[in-house]
Write a protein that binds this ligand. Sequence first.
Ligand SMILES: [Zn+2]
Length: 60
Amino acid sequence: MPTPLENIRRRYETTEKKCPDCGYVDEGRNWESRTDGKRVIYRHVCPSCDASREHTFRLG
Ligand SMILES: [Zn+2]
């Protein structure tokens, strides 16, 4: 079973493919996640224009 965090990541990978800055649709699923133990930060960098997006979730 996927964990809740995997579900969140998957949601971004499938629903936030399009860059709001340049309109590039990223099929490569370049979301990366990192955590500091209290939060999980999902980050995406557009391969076309280098614009970055971040979503932060608090754990627990
Ligand atoms: Zn872009």
